[in-house]
Design a protein around this ligand. Sequence first.
Ligand code: B12
Length: 245
Amino acid sequence: MTVDPSLSEEIIARAQSYPGIRAGIARLKDVLKAPSYQVVPEGEWSTSLSVLQESTVPEWPPEARSVLVLGLHHPKNDPRLDWWDRGNTNGNRRLMEISESLKQWLRKELHLGAYPLPYHVEWGGLFLKDAAVLAGLGIIGKSNLLLHPEWGPQIRLRSILIEGDLQPNEPIEGFFPCETCDVLCHKVCPQNAFSSGAYRRPSCIAQIDSNVANKVPGGEIDENGNSILVIKYCRACELACPAGK
Ligand code: B12
């Protein structure tokens, strides 16, 4: 099938016109064959939909065969982007706004149907790291996180299904930051989730559950003068990573 590469370039350029955004395109069928779809995850983890304040996508339209993957920079000096505060994180709110705005642009300017997907796979989302690798945004590091060439693991992801067959990006080549690193991400984990040499999900879930149970003041006060509590999720493996510029 012939696809016009300039259409993908135009869509990516538009997505990257938002501050702190990098974007790439993958084929949906390739994402659905990627490694995360081949494993049965160990350990239970879920969040209630009402808490996350976003809608489900129960059925993907069959004509939506391309995935636009968005990556938002979560720099070390802006930790608030990652705090769970009043039902979501600021980073996720920002990605949801950008997705909605891109959806309107794709429909109005390019006459393409676009379907922003939710965060959770069980509610219609995709495994975003796999999608991001296939969209050329980075590689999976020893931390089990997506490492972007500029931002390392300090990037948060979101995806939009788009109608038709768009020219996908190629996965990136020649970027192997873990080869010369002393696996700092493994050493800093408070739960020793990497003690076997690979990521162990139940240990990580124990840490995240503990963060959820132990909310901390985020620096803001509510109308009654009480401190607003937030969840500061562990980012130890992420913040220890020297990858990126
Ligand atoms: C459920 C979930 C969790 C659960 C379970 C995590 C897990 N990995 O199982 C908990 C709550 C524990 C968790 C923890 C964290 N999470 Co989380 N999580 C998710 C979620 C919703 C789904 C992930 C999932 O279930 N994957 C399936 C499991 C089975 O696979 P996996 O462990 O991820 O490993 C797969 C990949 O590495 C892939 N893979 C490996 N090598 C290769 C090579 C290629 C070529 C490809 C294509 C794929 C590939 O295959 C593996 C499976 O075999 C995603 C969002 C989304 N919709 O994708 C965010 C997500 C992965 N989490 C994210 C983050 C940041 C975190 C934390 C740092 C906590 C935090 N501050 O938010 C930790 C880090 C844990 C870690 N080191 O991996 C980010 C990752 C960003 C990045 N740069 O990679 C995501 C994408 C959400 C976001 N906001 O952008 N998370």
